[in-house]
Design a protein around this ligand. Sequence first.
Ligand code: ATP
Ligand code: MG
Length: 575
Amino acid sequence: MKTSDTEAETAEHAATDPRPSNFIRDIILDDLKTNKYNGRVQTRFPPEPNGYLHIGHAKAICLDFGLADEFGGHTNLRFDDTNPEKEDTEYVESIKADVQWLGYRWDGLFYASDYFDQLYEWALKLIRDGKAYVDDLSAEEIRKYRGTLTEPGKDSPYRNRSVEENLDLFQRMKAKEFPDGSHVLRAKIDMSSPNLNMRDPVMYRILHAKHHRTGDKWCIYPMYDFAHGQSDSLEKVTHSMCTLEFEDHRPLYNWFIEQLGIFPSRQIEFDRLNLTYTLLSKRKLLQLVQEGRVRGWDDPRMPTLSGIRRRGYTPEAIRNFTASIGVSKTTGSIELAMLEHFVREDLNKRALRVMAVLRPLKVVIDNYPENQVEEMDAVNNPEDAAAGSRKVPFSRVLYIEQDDFREVPPPKYFRLTPGREVRLRYGYLVTATSVVRNEKGEVVEVHCTYDPATRGGNTPDGRKVKATIHWVSAAHAFGAEVRIYENLFLKENPSDVEEGQDVLDNLNPNSLEIITDAKVEPSLASAAAGMRYQFERLGYFSVDPDSNPGKPVFNRTVALKDTWGKLEKKQGGRS
Ligand code: ATP
Ligand code: MG
């Protein structure tokens, strides 16, 4: 990918690099040292286009592309499209967009279907070598014959067909002479192997299905296990990273490579990402979409990359998160709070601060001139001096957050309450004097007085106030819709279900709250879809594509409170 590093620079870079290594990086460093692949690092990311990518895939992408980048290597994007019934070009396009959004550019773009002719030739070779045979057993029978972890399997009665008969049958399978399920091609390995994957695994099945790339050309399709390793080999992949569940498949991939005498890619397995309160399975996510439990693959509550993008997460935050969790050989679960911590950390640096009131309460400043409007200076981002400042209009009638006023304050409540003075951010100090109620007795308006000597929030006499609250000018603010998201699942492990229940029974019925009449400051008039802000004191918000001119829609990306950051501090910092 990156071509600026010379080999010498790469080696030096590796020697002085302060970043924590991991076992995969160490393997690559070793291979570079021994010149195993002539200094080459070639990886690939191999998604199946049967759904949208999720945050778990981001871990694999950052690893595949990140490691190749670090060592001046190359990464291919390869679609493992061996399952025509479940695959679709919509998924292909979304996957490409997601990889690019994360900030990576592939070198080669390939499809396992590009290799169907070659795979077919290799199947013929294995048949000729007596290493593969056509079986007439049904899928059910094959399962029965396979045995279990404690019992060896049984040979199929068709296992010892002659090479000629096998060749003839396999060619006729391809020539569309047989119906689905009537025959399969199996590798002839060992029905008593302790590894079930080695008990004559199926290489090809008959499937009269239209493929999104090869159309009607084929009615036999290679199994993933017969396509994956050879695809790696054809692309001369040096380090083929995948998740731990494929560890037991590695002997099979190596067996095919040896029988065919082709380039030996090395498979390295790492732990799959699991996140608390989150489901990471394309199959289950598809179910949420199909059953209308969410608004689509890009619903901001979804852990898909398109969902979290719409929600306002940044690619930088996700890359930092994946770098921080590292890789290992044992599967665990990462706190969702940790991912959110990285989102906050990144947005804190880049998001412009604005004022917005989600649940407005009217405030009238009785001693402020009726038609006066002042333009107050407001800092755009205290973390970034270059972000500058803006003007925010201040006037006699404002909105504040309902939560920021209590007629009878609970203990330790320092915000607005009758007789108490508070600071309006960038505005003046005000003191509440009286309230107006509706017929139900609820406070609908608070009356205040202001101190004209405190413009900008300063006190010339040095007196202190305990709270600063945000506000918008009623005449200048405009209405917005704000969507507040909570975890999609109630349980830390969504798959933890009672007997007879389904993960979907663990869905949080309150994962979406829609506020239709929030009030936001006028500088947000120009907010375009995708822009991200910090609403002061409330959280980070991004502009949703559902926005209309004059009526923006905001997604709450994440609230301000950082439980993970706090926990980390308590534990004495991240190691
Ligand atoms: P799912 O179970 O969600 O359908 P998958 O593994 O079937 O995922 P693929 O399209 O086959 O999805 O995945 C492409 C690559 O991403 C594989 O190398 C796979 O190992 C990796 N991957 C998938 N899920 C995760 C995860 N949760 N954490 C890390 N890597 C993952
Ligand atoms: Mg898969």
